[in-house]
Design a protein around this ligand. Structure first.
Ligand code: HEC
Length: 120
């Protein structure tokens, strides 16, 4: 899978995640060894808690969030998957601007967008 080695290195820096022992050439890769995470089981709640206070089309007090960056549903997140991963699922996230997500949140965000079926 594209990018799985870079991902493995960044996750390996989080000791309690156990590194990437299952992510060697020839085995089935990162997503073989992770929990099942979807919009329903994680994404919806995560977005409500961490993103939609600013990024929701019903929101009038957007605190500077661009008018066209909204995470109202699963499709809107999947459409910006790479950007969301880069801003919010890294060790030092820039979204939300004031922080607040946990290491677990960021791990699950990455598992969701890297491993769930697109759109789920
Ligand atoms: C407190 C308000 C606030 C929250 C909460 C927030 N953002 Fe933002 N977001 C902003 C602002 C302001 C900008 C525009 C400035 C910038 O890009 O840094 C922005 C921009 C963005 C962009 C567009 C960046 C680009 O380069 O086009 C994305 C994608 C984004 N946020 C994702 C998220 C995600 C995902 C979350 C939740 C994990 C989140 N944001 C939480 C305020 C917020």
């Amino acid at each position: 899978m594209n990018g799985s080695y870079a991902l493995c290195f960044s996750l390996a820096m989080l000791p309690f995640l156990g590194g990437c022992a299952g992510d060697e050439p020839g085995d089935s890769g990162y997503c073989a060894d992770v929990p099942t995470v979807t919009y329903e089981t994680f994404g919806d709640g995560f977005l409500t808690q961490n993103c939609r206070t600013c990024h929701s089309s019903g929101q009038t007090v957007r605190q500077g969030a661009p008018e066209d960056v909204n995470f109202d549903d699963a499709a809107s997140v999947w459409a910006s998957k790479d950007l969301v991963l880069a801003l919010a699922a890294v060790d030092t996230p820039t979204m939300p601007p004031l922080g607040g997500t946990t290491v677990d949140d960021r791990y699950l965000l990455r598992v969701w967008l890297e491993c769930a079926a697109e759109g789920e």
